[in-house]
Design a protein around this ligand. Structure first.
Ligand SMILES: [Zn+2]
Length: 961
């Protein structure tokens, strides 16, 4: 599509101007402040369109608040911490062909650049610069004086202080806890370290030790309370098991399970391999009641799930029930393996949810057939949640009888653990989880590791308090935060390798990336003073941070101790006090379970309540033409290339307009084209209002001004909740429709004096557009004759005096009348040369109002309305024409609510005046027909077909010839 607008040169012009005017540099002043931050980028790749969403949303938010008069600070840093950059440099050194392909084909890097990447820091600084350039080109209103990287010396001092502070409070502990683990890198893994950015999630299973001869058949379960209902064991006949010494006991488990047990710090010595078939037919002893249960074959048993051995509870586990049914029907297998199947389900949990065998009913509800049917997953989770919340242990469970499942579950487990008949085991819930090095991750029980103790009850309580008092946008995501705060436990906070800050008291550890990125928003205050060289890191110690961030100690002493001028110490303290707390934190939805929740935890641990964060804004991801963006689909578009091709504003709008914030946005080229034509239209408008006259006072002028006030109100309401899709819709689409109507009306009248009204309109529209399309807005604003940046022009304020119900009603009436006429022309296929319009008789107005008041009151009973009309002498005439009353009711019910409300308030509205005013438009639209307007009551009217009597208020009657 071609237009004559050179988007890129407009962008360059304004980037330079903003820079020169220091427009986005925020320092404390007398205005109210607003501190917006967004998760800093990790520079191991250029940004693509998907990254653009979070940053663009945060920028639009920052710009909106700036226009509302706040002193907005919107800073940016770069997150170098962690292992991915290190891993990438190793892959470069090894000439990894997949990585080279990505560099060449997607990132379009030259070999010269790539060859420097053997040094990790070169990778980070290259992409850092690339991302920064892209952010400038997108028009982000960032205060670049506060930029830093997480391996800057001063930042490391800040992080060391953070960690010493947490440790003093007892929130960092050393111990053995399970972590996601890469066996190859010998490092814990979290979301940042995995392919596809998944957080390893694991569950604790109870391992029940069934005895068989001198060996143990251990079965991993999430439901130890069902042990009383075990009827048999399941083993997969085609899986390789091993007999192994596990902590001195002889266990039989799958090969995979033996390996997992090693990572969980069990001493495992494999003695020999045993085929699953060989175990089938043996008898095992249930530790809870010493009953003997047979070992049967089942194909649903997976070698890498749990221990590879399953205890069968057919009454309460759909898989077990189905496998037992399958086996009973399979005489051939029974014969082959020399077994006979003679067990029946034993019900041990009662609940109102099920009347017969619970597992059988749950299977029936999902319609599963056969043990390998995936529907059994749903049956299992349905049954589990029902029994967990509503089930009670039955008489056949001994001392546990009468307990709820929730209680019994723990009691049974504790009893067995105490007697040595059970152990615990961790298992990944969302496997396979792959490390970025390609290795499949496991759960490891890590000893002597340093953990942030997110399991601490008191800490959790404070985190909940903070979240409860915080504004979370959108609201729907609040529950997720509460869930994560409850669910978090000890979390490994240090690694053995990677870039970052050393753990201050144990220097063989490096603080990992999700732990050094939680309170850095405070560091933006300090970074400005480091960058302008009034602060040097040489002598800075904890006393400095204690004072400037927490107000502990005194300035004089800190100044001496840290060799910083007293006045600078005070200035930093003051600036922190001014900008903190964070008013809004923006991030992608995938960071709710980690970063955003850690952000809450660490803030409440370190800062005073008054400095706890106030708002979190979470957005969904971006799809490309309906598909997930991925390297394999080749649909990743680097952001800078897209800016070059489409222009930054068009990109910004296209990313933000396609969805409300929590949904996935769909980026499409259709949207790009649509947005471009809207922006081009705005540029063309400037030409129309080059020499603005005084604003017009005709009906359509008053109407457009009134509509504009409503748009201001609606857009501001949307923006306050960051419903940006809706806001953009008002600015670009609803207003555009109004404008088109206005142009049509004035053209029909042959008016030339429209530039005043148009320039008022444009003035408001571009100011509302400025947060979303800052380049276009600035350029148009300047072309309109303004000298100062549009940022300083402020967000438009409603002028109540310009809200004009008569004008709104007039245009509404005219457009519905036009639609009625067009409809009749279409249906009757006549080409009228004359159209007579009849407005209703005066007495009908009061009838209409009475009906309207009833309907607005929720009363729509015809009989009662009629009674009311007849009782009032003013409206009693309605008795003569019940059909008319019926029609009026229909009219009102099909009228939009806002118009109904407006009409109730209008007194003596002159329909004829409005219609006369639009006669030129009606005539122009309908075959240049002559338009004549009569009142129904006019005795000399032209009415050959007696149409006038059917006229109703706001619904004139028509005659055409
Ligand atoms: Zn790895």
């Amino acid at each position: 599509m071609s237009d004559r607008i050179d988007w890129n040169s407009i962008e360059n012009k304004w980037i330079k101007k903003w820079d020169e005017q220091k427009l986005f540099q925020a320092d404390p002043d007398s205005r109210n402040k607003y501190f917006v931050t967004v998760a800093y980028p990790y520079p191991n790749s250029p940004q693509h369109i998907g990254h653009g969403r979070t940053y663009t949303l945060a920028d639009a938010h920052a710009r909106f608040m700036r226009m509302k008069g706040y002193n907005v600070l919107f800073p940016m840093g770069f997150h170098y911490t962690g292992t991915p950059i290190l891993g990438m440099s190793r892959r470069v050194a090894a000439g990894d062909s997949e990585l080279m392909d990505t560099f060449h084909k997607i990132y379009k890097l030259s070999d010269d650049v790539i060859s420097t990447f053997v040094e990790p820091i070169k990778i980070a600084s290259y992409f850092h610069n690339e991302i920064k350039a892209g952010m400038k080109e997108m028009g982000y209103s960032i205060d670049w004086r506060r930029e830093f990287t997480t391996i800057d010396k001063m930042y490391s001092k800040f992080i060391s202080w953070q960690f010493r502070t947490l440790r003093k409070k007892g929130l960092i502990v050393q111990g053995s806890h399970p972590v996601g683990w890469c066996p190859r890198d010998q490092n814990p893994v979290s979301q940042h370290d995995t392919m596809g950015d998944v957080e390893p999630d694991f569950n604790e299973y109870t391992v029940i030790k069934f005895r068989t001869g001198d060996s143990i058949l251990p079965a991993a379960t999430l439901r130890p309370e069902t042990l009383f209902g075990v009827t048999n064991m399941w083993v997969n006949p085609d899986v390789d098991y091993v007999q192994a010494k596990v902590d001195g006991e002889k266990w039989i488990v799958s090969k995979e399970a033996a390996r997992k047990l090693e990572f969980l710090n069990h001493k495992v010595e494999v003695i020999k391999t045993v085929r699953g078939k060989e175990i089938i037919g043996q008898s095992a002893t249930n530790p809870v009641n010493d009953s003997a249960v047979p070992v049967y074959p089942a194909s649903f048993v997976e070698a890498d799930s749990g221990t590879g051995i399953v205890m069968s509870v057919p009454a309460h586990a759909p898989y077990d029930y189905q496998a037992l049914e399958d086996l009973k029907a399979d005489k051939r297998t029974q014969k082959e393996l020399g077994i006979s199947v003679d067990v029946d389900p034993v019900i041990i949990i009662g609940s109102e949810e099920y009347s017969g065998i619970p597992a059988r009913e749950a299977i029936k509800q999902v319609g599963a057939t056969g043990q390998n049917d995936v529907k059994l997953e749903k049956a299992t989770s349905d049954l589990y949640s029902r029994e967990f919340y509503k089930g009670k242990m039955m008489e056949n469970t001994g001392r546990f009888a009468g307990m709820t499942v929730a209680v019994a579950k723990n009691e049974v487990k504790q009893g067995l653990m105490k007697s040595g008949a059970a152990a615990t085991m961790y298992e990944l819930v969302n496997k396979p989880v792959k490390c970025r090095c390609g290795t499949e991750c496991v759960v490891k029980l890590l000893s002597d590791q340093w953990f942030l103790n997110y399991g601490n009850k008191e800490w959790k309580g404070q985190a909940h308090e903070c979240a409860t008092n915080m504004d979370i946008v959108p609201q729907d995501i609040r529950q997720e935060f509460d869930y994560v705060i409850d669910w978090l436990r000890e979390r490994a906070c240090a690694r053995k390798s990677g870039l970052g800050t050393k753990l201050p008291w144990d220097e063989e550890w490096i603080i990992e990336s999700l732990s050094d990125s939680v309170i850095y928003m405070a560091y933006y205050v300090i970074a400005k003073f480091v960058n302008n060289k009034s602060l040097s890191d040489d002598s800075i110690n904890d006393a400095f941070f204690d004072y400037v961030l927490l107000g502990i100690g005194n300035a004089n002493q800190v100044a001496k101790e840290c060799k910083v001028p007293m006045q600078i110490v005070e200035q930093i303290r003051k600036e922190f006090g001014y900008f903190y707390p964070v008013d809004s934190r923006h991030s992608g939805r995938d960071l709710v379970p980690n970063h955003l929740t850690f952000f809450i935890f660490n803030h409440v641990a370190i800062f005073e309540k008054e400095n706890w964060p106030r708002q979190i804004v979470v957005n969904g991801s971006v799809l490309m033409e309906g598909k997930k963006m991925s390297k394999s689909l080749g649909n990743i578009i680097p952001l800078r290339a897209a800016i070059k091709e489409h222009g930054a504003d068009i990109l910004r709008l296209a990313i933000l307009v396609s969805a409300e914030i929590l949904q996935d946005a769909d980026f499409s080229f259709d949207t790009i084209r649509g947005i471009r034509s809207k922006l081009v239209g705005i540029f063309e408008m400037v030409e129309k209002c080059r020499k603005p006259q005084a604003a017009g006072t005709e009906l359509e002028d008053r109407w457009l001004a009134s509509r504009l006030q409503r748009a201001i109100a609606e857009t501001a309401t949307s923006m306050d909740r960051l419903r940006v899709r809706e806001a953009i819709h008002y600015i670009l689409y609803s207003l555009e429709q109004d404008l088109q109507w206005y142009l049509k009306r004035t053209a029909a009248k042959g008016r030339e004096n429209v530039s005043g009204t148009l320039s008022e309109f444009l003035n408001v529209q571009v100011r509302m557009l400025a947060p979303f399309a800052p380049f276009t807005a600035e350029e148009v604003w300047e072309r309109m004759g303004n000298r100062e940046s549009i940022t300083t022009a402020g967000w438009p304020v409603i002028n109540e005096n310009k809200i004009d119900p008569v004008a709104e009603e007039s245009e509404f009436l005219i457009s519905s009348l036009l639609a009625d006429i067009e409809n009749i022309v279409k249906v009757t296929k006549i080409t009228p040369s004359k159209i007579a319009v009849y407005t209703s008789a005066g007495w009908k107005e009061q009838v209409y109002k009475t009906i309207l008041a009833n309907i607005l009151d929720g009363k729509t009973n015809f009989g009662e309305i009629m009674k009311q009309l007849i009782a009032n002498p003013e409206t009693a005439k309605a008795k003569t024409d019940p059909k008319l009353v019926q029609k009026m009711m229909e009219d009102i019910l099909s009228t939009p609510l806002d118009a109904r409300k407006r009409r109730l308030k209008l007194a003596g509205f002159a329909e004829a005046t409005a219609i006369q005013d639009a006669a030129s438009l009606l005539s122009g639209e309908i075959n240049k027909a002559q338009i004549v307007v009569y009142s129904e009551e006019n005795s000399s009217k032209y009415d050959p077909k007696s149409k006038a009597k059917s006229a109703r208020p706001f619904k004139p009657a028509l005659y055409m010839e």
